[in-house]
Design a protein around this ligand. Structure first.
Ligand SMILES: C[S@@+](CC[C@H](N)C(=O)[O-])C[C@H]1O[C@@H](n2cnc3c(N)ncnc32)[C@H](O)[C@@H]1O
Length: 222
C-alpha cells in the first residue's frame, strides 16, 4: 500500500510546487514562515520537518537558522526529496534531507527541539499517523515542541466537497474525525495541546509539547 502512495507522491512531485504557487501564490510560503515563528526555534537548535515534500518548511527553517543549528527534512518520496535538495542547493541553504517513513524515524531519541509537519498529517493513514506522532514525540527533547499545520475546512461548498473527497481518499473515517478536531489525538502524545487559527482564518496550527518527564518506552511505535 505504502509503495503506491510513494509512487503517487513521486509523480506528484513533478508539479507540486507549481500547483501550490497557482493555488496560493506567496501565501503558502508566508504560512510556512508563520509556522516557524510560532515554533520558537532559535539559533543553535535542531528542527525536524516531517513529510517535508519539496522542502518549503525545512528550507525556510534553514534560512532562519543560517547555519547555526541543524535542520532535517524527512520524506519517503525520492521525487519530492530530489526537488527539495535542488531548491536548498540553489539557494545555498544547509538542510539535511533523509529518505524514510515518518512512522519509523532513523534518529536517536531526544535530539530535536522542534518537530514540524505541514499539510501532510491528513494524508497519512491512521496507523501511520499514530506511528508518526509517536516517533515525533520520541525524537523531541523533553519540553520540545511539535507543530502541525493544516487547512481549515473550506466554506465554499464545491471546495469543501473536494477537500472531503481528498480526506476520504487518503484513509478511513478516522481521517474525518481527526480533521474536525486534532486535539484529542495529539493529546495521546503531547501535553499543552492547543489549536490556533492562522491570520486569514483558512489554516490552523495544532501544537503540543513533549512532557519533561516523558517515559517513551510506553509510546514507542513498533
Ligand atoms: C502534501 S505533501 C506536503 C509537503 C510539505 N510538507 C508542504 O508543506 O508543502 C505530503 C508529503 O508527505 C509525504 N509522506 C506521505 N506519507 C509519508 C510517510 N509515511 N513517510 C514519509 N513521508 C510521507 C509525501 O511524500 C509528501 O511529500
Amino acid at each position: 500500500m505504502k509503495r503506491w502512495r510513494r509512487l503517487y507522491y513521486d509523480i506528484f512531485s513533478s508539479f507540486y510546487d507549481r500547483i501550490i504557487a497557482l493555488h496560493s501564490r506567496d501565501r503558502s510560503l508566508s504560512l510556512r514562515k508563520y509556522l516557524l515563528d510560532k515554533s520558537g526555534i532559535a539559533e543553535g537548535q535542531r528542527l525536524l520537518d516531517l513529510c517535508t515534500g519539496t522542502g518549503a518548511v525545512a528550507i525556510a527553517a534553514g534560512r532562519m537558522l543560517n547555519g547555526r543549528g541543524m535542520v532535517v527534512g524527512a520524506d519517503f518520496s525520492t521525487g519530492m526529496l530530489k526537488r527539495a535538495k535542488n531548491k536548498a542547493l540553489q539557494n545555498s541553504i544547509k538542510v539535511d534531507f533523509v529518505l524514510c517513513d515518518t512512522a519509523h524515524l532513523p534518529f536517536v531519541s531526544g535530539q530535536f527541539h522542534v518537530v514540524t509537519c505541514s499539510h501532510a498529517m491528513y494524508e497519512l493513514d491512521p496507523a501511520t499517523r499514530s506511528g508518526t506522532l509517536s516517533e515525533a514525540r520520541r525524537v523531541l527533547v523533553p519540553g520540545g515542541r511539535f507543530l502541525m499545520m493544516e487547512h481549515m475546512e473550506p466554506r465554499t461548498p464545491f471546495i469543501r466537497f473536494l477537500y472531503r473527497l481528498r480526506l476520504a481518499s487518503m484513509g478511513s473515517a478516522e481521517n474525518k474525525d481527526f480533521a474536525r478536531d486534532e486535539r484529542p489525538f495529539l493529546a495521546h502524545f503531547f501535553q499543552d495541546v492547543k489549536l490556533e487559527l492562522v491570520p486569514g482564518g483558512k489554516s490552523k496550527i495544532v501544537s503540543g509539547r513533549k512532557p519533561h518527564d516523558a517515559n517513551d518506552s510506553r509510546l514507542t511505535h513498533s
